[in-house]
Write a protein that binds this ligand. Structure first.
Ligand SMILES: NC(=O)c1ccc[n+]([C@@H]2O[C@H](COP(=O)([O-])OP(=O)(O)OC[C@H]3O[C@@H](n4cnc5c(N)ncnc54)[C@H](O)[C@@H]3O)[C@@H](O)[C@H]2O)c1
Ligand SMILES: [Zn+2]
Length: 358
């Protein structure tokens, strides 16, 4: 069994990583957390694949079988869906002692966290992430969100979960494209924080992609440790946590320009990292070249290197960045690399991005 702690004073919590752990969650909630009631929130697709184990454990512990299903993926992250969930929680008689358990990918994590943080001014949330991206990123750190017609994640809160419960074996059913997309966030934390982990990924990428239990568990664990450490140092993104946005400035623009359905978040981040690494080189922020190593690793993982039609759509991408919520005083806080394993945030005026290339 492997656990990681997120250290945030009275909001500290445990992340448990263990194969086939879904069945045990109920007993741990009851025994260690004194929970007497849960509501499981999931999507139909994930419910079919992974809810039976989880539910059996919750029922054995006497925590009830209440379940709420929401639409799959990004379609769930709306205020309308949140409203429907509030209705159902009220109907189920959920109270301030109820623990909301979210089983699903990053979209479900974000919606469940948002509902948990707002219902009755905040109830306990337990994240049970089932995509690689959700296991290493969305389930940890307490950012919650729904989308607005004008942009992704524009409405949200900080609400740390009480527990994060990760079963790497749940990824066995994940489509390969989703798995690769999740790997982008693993590469990201290695690139900004841990050169040794980056080198390990260079050695082990294929084994992780084959989802071999040991290498997969190591990749998840180290990525989660890094995220937990960064969040423990800067919960509300006043400084250090912004480093986790490496690859995301251009990544978000690529998602906005190409459509969230066509491009997976992790794919956009992969392209964004290559862009940011090249920009770090052209602005001479790095001591030695890094973009080749990053591009090579991402290519081996099977992630795309540049958006389609970038040359024609360059202006559209730069415009999308200019309206991004991270622009302040006319400059973008761009995460650049000083070397593999070390990053920095530099204010760059939008036209400065013209120096960047894929
Ligand atoms: N809060 C945060 O800190 C944070 C961080 C990163 C990303 N996010 C958010 O996460 C979302 C993306 O998450 P995602 O990439 O997991 O996408 P997703 O939640 O849409 O899941 C991708 C697809 O995989 C399916 N799926 C989930 N688990 C499965 C399994 N075990 N087997 C088979 N299929 C499975 C889902 O049903 C869905 O169709 C975005 O909305 C993003 O904004 C949030
Ligand atoms: Zn991301």
């Amino acid at each position: 069994m492997s656990t990681v702690q997120v250290m945030l004073a009275d909001r500290s919590y445990t992340i448990r990583i263990q194969r086939q752990c879904l069945r045990e969650l109920g007993a741990v909630l009851k025994g260690d957390h004194g929970v007497s009631r849960t509501v499981l929130m999931t999507t139909r697709r994930v419910a079919r694949l992974h809810a039976p184990e989880l539910r059996a454990g919750l029922e054995d512990a006497g925590l009830g079988g209440a379940q709420i299903e929401v639409p799959d993926g990004e379609a769930a992250k709306t205020l309308r869906v949140a409203q429907r969930v509030y209705d159902q929680l009220i109907e189920l008689g959920a109270d301030r002692g109820t623990f909301l358990v979210g089983l699903g990918g990053g979209a479900l994590c974000d919606l469940m966290g948002f509902v948990a943080s707002t219902f009755l001014r905040g109830i306990a949330a337990v994240q049970v992430p089932t995509t690689l991206l959700a296991q290493v990123d969305a389930s940890v750190g307490g950012k919650t969100a729904v989308n607005h017609a004008r942009g992704k994640n524009l409405i949200g809160t900080f609400h740390q979960p009480r527990l994060v419960w990760i079963d790497p074996a749940a990824l066995d059913t994940l489509p390969v494209r989703e798995f690769r997309a999740g790997m982008a966030e693993v590469v990201k934390v290695a690139a900004i924080w841990d050169a040794a982990f980056f080198a390990w990924l260079e050695e082990s990428a294929e084994a992780v992609l084959r989802r071999q239990p040991e290498p997969l568990a190591h990749a998840i664990r180290r990525a989660v440790e890094i995220k937990a450490e960064v969040v423990g140092l800067d919960e509300r993104e006043l400084g250090l946590r912004a480093l986790l946005n490496f690859g995301h400035t251009m990544g978000h623009a690529i998602e906005a320009v190409n459509g969230y359905r066509r491009i997976r978040h992790g794919e956009a981040v992969a392209m964004g990292m290559i862009f940011a690494a090249r920009l770090s080189e052209s602005l001479a922020v790095v001591a030695s070249p890094v973009s080749e190593r990053i591009a090579n690793l991402l290519a081996r993982i099977g992630l795309p290197a540049a958006p389609p039609d970038w040359r024609e759509q360059r202006q559209a991408h730069l415009h999308a960045i200019a309206v991004d919520k991270k622009v302040r005083d006319g400059a973008i806080g761009m995460v650049l690399l000083e070397e593999i394993g070390r990053a920095t945030v530099r204010p760059i005026p939008p036209e400065g991005l013209l120096a960047g290339e894929f």
